[in-house]
Design a protein around this ligand. Sequence first.
Ligand code: SF4
Length: 368
Amino acid sequence: MRDQGARQTIRRIARENPAARIVATGCYATRRPEDVQALPSVVRVVRNDDKLDLVDLVGVSTAERFGSGDGPCGSVLGPGIAGRTTFTLRLQTGCDQACSYCIIPATRGRGRSLPIEAVVLEATRVAAAGFKEIALTGVHLGSYGRDHEAPTSLFELFRRLQAADLDVTFRVSSLEPMDCTPQIVDLVAGSGGVFAPHFHLPLQHGSDRILGAMGRPYTLDGYRRLVSSIVDRLPHASIGSDMIVGFPGETDEDFAANLDYLPRSPLSHVHVFPYSDRPGTAASAMPGKVDGAVIRERGATLRVIGAGLTARFYDRQVGTVRPALTLEDGTIAVTDNYMKIRIPAGHRRNEPVMVRLTGPRVGLVVAG
Ligand code: SF4
């Protein structure tokens, strides 16, 4: 489709579906992301290189943070990078936190989580059914167990899942930074692969002033130390983050804090989300709304940084050998540290393999 035709189509869809949130991808979106991002109702531009991860990019993180789905912080629960090969086990819903931009506490109510025994039983059933990977998720996963009559914790649940000795790998979907305790990091690092070396820790902003206005109970320095502690224990870990741009009152100086931290951080994936009001939230009543064009520009800047961090992560993994799980027709595998790579044909879907990375996003199976 020619550029003009693509623009017309997006405008028509936006006009005929006023509530639509449009995700654009393809050649034009890759060549001119800023132009496409500026079109009405476009909430996300996905480059051709990232198309394989499109569902994950738009579905399993802050993409719907301002929504009310069952995934982390209200994201839509959908197949992630591993598609339907990974079983998604929802442990928890609701949230007792009070992030000022988030509608979830009002729409989902208090945090509620499954009993430990029920989770272990379900994981056992899923493993017996042949799944090799289970993604553990919840609206506010880190609050797991706090609502129980005898309160428990996510760490305790992880301990019990590890002790169950199932033939699966657990992947933790998203953890708020304040909930990712040193105990959890130690457990993942010492689990011998039972828990994938993969963390998604939404920072949301590099400015402590904005974090305070967002109601996020941590500072950039605390986040920095958390991420460093993970890298110290698990040098190959994939560590992702979500960032919100254009929060009310965000100044150039606030935004510069993102530019200062992110390029030097060891993060491997950064998902960027433009702030938009959710009626009824504290943030929606805040003064200092940021101009849409500024939000788009800041978002584009962070996306470039994020793409650079991902490319650097893939580059650094070349030559390493990682456990992986085959997907689709067996020519794609997702490593434990969350790299999606192409491998030669000859394997079925859902096969655990060891893969040597021969280049970014490409590898050879060295053991089945
Ligand atoms: S932790 Fe914050 S962003 Fe996540 S669901 Fe709770 S209030 Fe919303």
